[in-house]
Design a protein around this ligand. Structure first.
Ligand code: EPU
Length: 337
């Protein structure tokens, strides 16, 4: 384990922001992780997973700690299910593909989401009608105060829409080191009714889809809408979809009868932030080397060399405009550092 100085974090965040960490280290064993956490020289730490849910707005004046723990293991299995444990530093999409190769179902709709396994429970990642909480069994995490390992069950995690205990009462208190998923070995529970999955399957000529077919369809849809961070820096959805009350929704429909909406409960309705941003005129807008993606207004992009602060200011301008036009507050989904 080496502690390096003045390292660019550009390769460690999918937005591709060139912020510098005063100190940096990457750990690939639990022992090294524990050693680093014991060092009193670096009280200020930035934990780096896949870097797919953060916007770096300044240089980091502490120790950036890259979690590079690797390994995938079947912990137990019976006729119907397998419990699979993946270390935090495994790339998410590669892990999903590993599961599909073993014919383990449950994660196929979450194909191609950028980031690493260890950060998926933090914001309960989700796409196409499936969230991590649907297959999550448990995770292990180091308590940053006691340096002891703790196990979190699904109930302990308090999962919500893009939310968990690790974003609320336990924010910044733990490093997740591994996650266990309970996956199906047969009678897979297929989710094909969300968005354009069914249409895509039809286009692919598939009548009775397998989990692998669903993954392929999701990959095609995502590739057609979302920019690949390897080519254009981005952090996926920059904002969460706001949830408003039924009465606020009814007021809105008077002026905007075509507003797309998804009921969340009897009293609450989710509105796609992408629609609000598009109607506010930002979709595809480019401001020099950053802007709003052409095909999905929820995604802010770095065309190369953009400053995190510029992207933050753009996000604030979008929030203000949406508030002024629709009286709806949209909240950032990414962590602003
Ligand atoms: N829409 C627009 N303009 C846009 C984008 C969206 O009008 O530019 C409207 C359309 O009416 C569309 C609706 O929004 O029907 C919903 O769009 P979409 O199905 O693409 O989903 P989303 O609400 O924009 C959410 C997740 C995505 C996830 C997709 C698919 C959030 C914040 N985002 O986006 O997650 O891939 O659903 O399930 O919930 C991510 O979190 O990084 C992410 C990409």
């Amino acid at each position: 384990m080496h502690i390096l100085n003045n390292i660019s974090l550009k390769p460690y965040n999918t937005f591709g922001i060139d912020a510098v960490a005063k100190h940096f280290t990457s750990v690939s064993t639990i022992q090294d992780l524990q050693k680093v956490l014991k060092l009193e020289t670096y009280p200020n730490k930035l934990i780096l997973g896949g870097g797919s849910n953060m916007l770096l707005t300044k240089d980091f004046n502490g120790l950036a700690l890259h979690i590079n723990l690797k390994g995938i293991k079947i912990i137990s299995e019976d006729k119907n299910h397998a419990i699979v444990k993946a270390q935090a530093g495994e790339n998410w999409h590669e892990f999903v593909q590993w599961c599909l190769k073993h014919d383990f179902g449950g994660l196929e709709n979450l194909s191609l989401i950028p980031g690493n396994v260890g950060t998926t429970p933090i914001q309960n990642i989700g796409a196409y009608g499936v969230e991590i909480k649907d297959t999550f069994e448990s995770c292990e995490a180091i308590n940053l105060k006691t340096l002891q390992f703790e196990n979190f069950s699904k109930e302990d995690c308090h999962f919500g829409y893009r939310n968990s205990t690790f974003k609320q009462e336990n924010k910044g208190k733990y490093i997740i080191t591994s996650v266990c998923f309970k996956l199906t070995k047969k009678n897979h529970n297929l989710h094909i009714n969300y968005g354009t999955i069914a249409t895509q399957l039809e286009e692919n000529g598939i009548k009775t889809p397998t989990i692998q077919d669903i993954s392929k369809a999701v990959i095609t849809i995502r590739k057609s809408k979302l920019p690949n961070p390897k080519n254009i820096g981005n952090s996926g959805s920059f904002f969460k979809n706001p949830v408003i009350s039924k009465s606020e929704f009814e007021t809105l429909t008077k002026n905007f009868p075509d507003i797309p909406n998804y009921p969340v409960s009897e009293q609450e309705i989710k509105i796609p932030a992408g629609w609000l941003i598009e109607k506010s005129g930002f979709k595809g807008k480019q401001f020099g080397n950053y802007g709003v993606h052409k095909k999905q207004a929820l995604v802010l992009v770095n065309y190369g060399g953009a400053q995190g602060l510029d992207i933050l200011k753009l996000s604030q301008l979008i929030q203000k405009t949406v508030k002024r036009l629709f009286n709806i507050s949209i909240e950032a989904e990414v962590n602003i550092i």
